[in-house]
Design a protein around this ligand. Structure first.
Ligand SMILES: NC(=O)c1ccc[n+]([C@@H]2O[C@H](COP(=O)([O-])OP(=O)(O)OC[C@H]3O[C@@H](n4cnc5c(N)ncnc54)[C@H](OP(=O)(O)O)[C@@H]3O)[C@@H](O)[C@H]2O)c1
Length: 349
């Protein structure tokens, strides 16, 4: 299958690695936002040998290529752009949205899919993994489910997007700036889709309104971080929560806990003895509790170099391509697609 990579940030570069190693996929094109990458061999962008595929910042040029699928991973999702890719006859997999879209968000893209006979699939890790796919997978081993949860506990110092961390997430800013900032709204776009997928698939009679909340922890001393010193009283930890309720009973909970390390925080948030991790919980008969390790780097330096959470996101996209290409046209979620698997290491095939 011929694949185009759209944007070469952390996710995009890892996706290219995954495409090159996947037995059924071939990289045939690459769109870049940065002028400095225009015309550059994709291997050079990855820091490896040239691979004979040149990146282009011309959307028209890239859309004119013949390809089966696009891994769409730019910083900011653009619905018109995704519609244009779909209308050019290419299936799209993406970690930026459309995990389980509502009518308003989904209808224009569903129309583009129908017109061109292609499929759109939103996937990733969080959303797109631990916040709906994994709770639902584990719920299949329980009867009479009363509650599911997906939660991230990460050291945000390992996320190599300093502008996003400082100016969008508002780390290092004043608490009132973070609380009034765009982050809850931006995150909610994806995480509310995850909550709704869990509610619908499990059949909870939940209130339509998903309750959201945001809390901050501030530095008690200057904290040295990759985005600079965080001064006392400024934001050094954030927790976001999305919950669905049946009456006063919480039935689905998604939460992210992002800390600038575990020292000098007020409240004194910490990861506890288990350290950074992702958790999935299902309450039912029987209940289960899953801790996932390995999607967070061992050190801040490693994370800034190559963050496993970012690579896992990219590989979830890449591994879904054969299934998405084979699917009927339309927007397809985990509830529509068959089990998606990775592929063996080239030395072991
Ligand atoms: N669902 C999940 O679990 C999950 C996990 C991680 C990330 N994500 C999402 O995936 C996307 C990519 O993440 P990332 O970590 O790869 O981000 P990133 O490292 O910041 O890279 C984003 C890339 O987008 C391009 N870009 C920059 N400014 C742009 C603009 N104004 N308009 C369009 N493109 C622009 C650049 O591509 P070039 O360098 O090629 O010019 C940049 O490298 C983000 O939207 C992020 O929220 C989702």
């Amino acid at each position: 299958m011929r694949v185009i990579q759209w944007a070469t940030g952390g996710v995009g570069r890892a996706a290219i690695e995954g495409i090159l190693l996947h037995p059924d996929l071939e990289l045939v094109g690459c769109w870049v936002h940065s002028d400095s990458k225009n015309g550059v061999d994709v291997g050079e962008i990855l820091g490896t040998e040239p691979i004979g595929v040149l990146a282009s910042s011309s959307k028209e040029e890239v859309l004119a290529l013949e390809a089966d699928a696009v891994v769409y991973a730019p910083l900011i999702p653009d619905r018109e752009e995704v519609a244009a890719i779909l209308r050019s006859g290419k299936n799209v997999v993406t970690p930026v949205g459309w995990f389980y879209p509502g009518e308003k968000d989904g209808a224009p893209l569903a129309a583009a899919c129908a017109e061109a006979g292609v499929t759109l699939h939103g996937t990733g890790i969080n959303p797109g993994g631990i916040t709906e796919l994994h709770p639902l997978m584990f719920s299949a081993l329980s009867s009479a489910v009363t509650f599911v949860r997906g939660e991230e506990f990460s050291d945000i110092r390992t996320y190599n997007a300093p502008d996003v961390v400082r100016h969008i997430m508002m780390f290092g800013g004043k608490p009132e700036e973070a609380m009034g900032g765009p982050m809850l709204g931006l995150l909610s776009g994806g995480f509310i889709q995850s909550v709704r997928m869990c509610v619908d698939a499990l059949g909870f009679a939940a209130d339509p309104e998903v309750r959201t909340s945001q809390e901050v922890a501030v530095a008690t001393r200057p904290i040295e971080t990759p985005i600079g010193i965080i001064e006392p009283g400024h934001v050094a930890g954030q927790r976001f929560i999305w919950e669905a309720f049946v009456g006063e009973t919480c039935v689905v909970k998604i939460a992210v806990n992002w800390l600038m390390g575990e020292e000098h925080l007020d409240p004194a948030w910490e990861f506890g003895p288990q350290g950074e991790r992702f958790e999935v919980e299902v309450q039912g008969d029987p209940s289960c509790f899953v801790t996932i390790k390995g999607w967070q780097p061992d050190t801040v330096e490693e994370g800034l170099e190559r963050n496993p959470g970012v690579t896992a996101t990219a590989f979830h996209c890449v591994n879904s391509i054969p299934y998405v290409v084979a699917a009927d046209p339309g927007i397809k979620t985990y509830l529509d697609l068959p089990l998606i698997a990775g592929r063996a290491h080239p030395d072991l095939r």
